[in-house]
Design a protein around this ligand. Sequence first.
Ligand SMILES: [Zn+2]
Length: 354
Amino acid sequence: MTTPYDHKALEAKWQDRWEKQRAAEVDLRHAERKLYMLMMFPYPSGDRLHVGHGRNYILGDALYRYLRMQGRKALNPMGWDAFGLPAENAAIQRGVHPKLWTAGNIKVMKEQFRRWGILYDWSKEIASYTPEYYRWNQWLFLRMLEGGIAYKKAAPVNWCPSCRTVLANEQVVDGACERCGTAVVQKNLSQWFFRITDFADRLLSGLDGLSGWPEKVKVMQRNWIGRSEGAEIDFPVEGASEKITVFTTRPDTVHGATFLVLAPEHPLAAQLIARLPVPAAARAAMTLFLASAVGRPSSGPEFTATPSSVKATPAGAGPPPAGATTGTIGRPNACAKAKSRSSCAGTAMIEPVP
Ligand SMILES: [Zn+2]
């Protein structure tokens, strides 16, 4: 064999032909044995695809081509998870408009996909930053608002005073903003929440019906749903009219309780310190500690404190404890946020039931 293998010319030739022939476009209205393949959409907040993306999308492309060779009509679309904080932060960092930054990145990444020889049906491309797309997000949100599933309340967030933005836990490195290094503080901001706990039972029973899923993934999902059965027990506070409500999965062990700890953010913490019969210096020290603890970033080190001077005893004497209400509380775990897009990238396939 004397002809050298010119991969550049060969790849360009075929990629060009696939593009001109629109090789991956499918008309599902007239398709038998159809199949929907969905790769996770990349974030175009960075300016190009990296090797981690390649690991995911090239494997998906191999599967897609295998299915095509078996005669399946597979729809393999691609889109861009392009809206929100990462795009805005990247644009702020570079001093450009997020729309221009995002559109430019999409152009580069699309060309990378082409050069990797990956076949997508680009006629069905979406980008979540376009008004044509997010108007449907808004429409869905309004339905949830009407249904009482979306609600607003104040909750602490990581705040960078220099960038003047909210940061995800992953953007806080050693208590500082990963972008500018300023110390991150906790700020109470009014935010939107979804009542996903209302669906805990349905989510859990749905997991039981999933066949072929690794058990460890199902366990992670169960932990994320965080449904926990137990009781809420009210502890009266000595010399005060307030009570402190504690959730426990083991109300039967309550008589072994010797103290309870309030988080620094608890609305009662500052009030109780103010009322303690202690010297002024001790009160000032506790107030100072409280202020520093409230300002700690949520991903930073945990503060622990045993307020031995705040005594509390469980209400009632014999079991069941008086003031205890048994019930079910679903508490979603805060770690539910995806750590990084490339590490959780995956492929979902939906096969219509014949
Ligand atoms: Zn910052």
